[in-house]
Design a protein around this ligand. Structure first.
Ligand SMILES: [Zn+2]
Length: 71
């Protein structure tokens, strides 16, 4: 009975460490994604903004439709 309990504790410990390992990896990935946001510059006014919010008109980026029109 004592040995079974020991094994159970050991198993729980292993699960805990594996879980923590994966949790840390997940956190690291999130930070990486956050830092990996590419900043682009509006060719018209020079303002920096995330690529996802910018208007891309090959080969230039714009901060708004007006600046895209003005070029
Ligand atoms: Zn602009």
């Amino acid at each position: 009975m004592g040995i079974r309990l020991l094994f159970l504790l050991l198993a729980l410990l292993v699960i805990y460490f594996i879980g923590r390992h994966f949790f840390r990896q997940g956190q690291a990935k999130r930070v990486k994604v956050k830092r990996g946001v590419d900043m682009v510059q509006c060719i018209h006014c020079g303002v920096h903004l995330p690529e996802s919010e910018a208007i891309y008109d090959e080969p230039n980026f714009y901060c708004c439709e007006e600046h895209q029109r003005l070029g």
